[in-house]
Design a protein. Sequence first.
Length: 573
Amino acid sequence: MVELIGDSTGKSPVFSSKERFQYESWYEYDESHTDTFQLGFYHHGDRDPGDWSVVSTDWIEGMVYGYILHPNSDASLEGILEAVVEKPDETLALLSGSFALAVATDDELIIASDKIGSRPIYYTPHREGAFSTHPGALVPALDDPSVNTRAISEMLQTGFSWGEKTLVCGINCLPVSSYLRWSDHTLETKRYWQFNATVSDANYVSDVYNTFTSATSDAVETVPDEARVGTYLSGGLDSRLLSGVLAEYESDLTSYTYDANPGGGVNLELARQLADRIGIDNTSLEYDPQSTAKFMEEAIRRTSGLQSWHEFHGISGKLKQFSDELDVVFWGAGQGELFGEDIPHDICCGNPIKKLSSYWSSDISDQILTDAPDIRDTIATEYRKSEHDTEYARSTDLILRNYYSNGHARGNIERTVAGFRCIHADTRVIEKSTPVPPAYRWGPVAEYGRIFSHSMSKLKLELVRRHASGIEQVSYERTGFPPKRSVYLHDMAEKYKKGIKKSSQSLQGKWYRESSILQDTVDPYLNDVMYREFINADAVSDLRTEHLSSTKDHIDPLAKLSTIEIWLQEYVD
């Protein structure tokens, strides 16, 4: 979140507070303007010149946060950005890569997101030209900022907010694969690209694998030769695939592992084995209640406030180690969902609005909020935005437009300390994999009477097997068996593990219950949030009491509420 900001030229409330977004002392800053619009950009400078660009011609001023890949390798960035102004739909649809961009002339300003919104960009319709890659930068542009309780309700129920909503009414997140144009005091937003709903089952795994490797190769080409490159590695399937493919194109690669999901050292050991097979270095990220408490507030300050601190695994390592040790990080959050572990395929058909609402519905918002919106209204609204013809494609489109950007990218801390690459933001990868055919997606399978699902998506399993190179021979953390073994063996092992699991207590819930240091950080914010007019204070107090007494594990709502309060105090109050 090396921030890209913009506003009308002249005295600007957005630019007046820009220094608070210089998270690291080594950031560099560029600024440019036309007669009407002003652009500013904190970026990584020489640490990763492949992750930012500033363009100035006789006609445009342009800034790109990220990297753009064009089918015509000879196309200049100047020409691409000028074409964005002339023909935005046609030009943006051709682009691939992970980016947020802004291009201004004397008469208009265009901002645009990539195909999955891997770098969210926010705007306020109340002030012409006001945008930022951090929503907090836009609060000064509002006359009377107020809290968006629907966004909070959705976060409590599903883990993220849906659509364009942020924590502040009047600040919107630009949808994925969309652009916004300010021209002649009018604002227009438009989606410039949609996936093709017809995916052939023939050679499906090979097609997805080949595009994934090609996209990895192209992304590596944007990395400086001497850059220090890292990625995450665990005993899961997603990180071993990314690390395995990446190691074939990036010789000097370090993998990072934190002890969670599950804890107890399982992932640490499996990651070491995988790193040895792949031939890369592996190091552990500090992850404990003390370091989490120490860096929690800073991590939340750098994000949208809509991803909870209990999901920020290894934040001290990310904010300390990555800044000191890495120039570029390859980020795989959301890759597994794109490859079939998102929503069970049976929910995507046969009254999907009802099924999706039931899938995410809970009574937690009704308990905590004094006036909780209905999640069914949100799901119905987002579902009906899709222009696809079938229920399956429209449900998949709903996930594509919301899950990756809102559920993952809005909480990305890594890109504040290192350059950032995201392979599954590549257009070719999305087009070849989406929508994942039911046979390769999570969901009930015929072999189990359409009652039970496999322990992983078949696509993820087959991609790991397809890559081979030894990663298929190291045990999968969920089941204890290597991916080369039968999927049915994995299924039985996972169900056996769930059957003998003694406690449903979460790691972070245990920390909060037992660590006075973590309580000392979190509790003041829980106390403060109870004074918000939209919060049922007694309900929050009861949740905390039940949690601390080990009656139930309520770390999920407690962590979310304290996250929201930290962010609101930082940027709104």
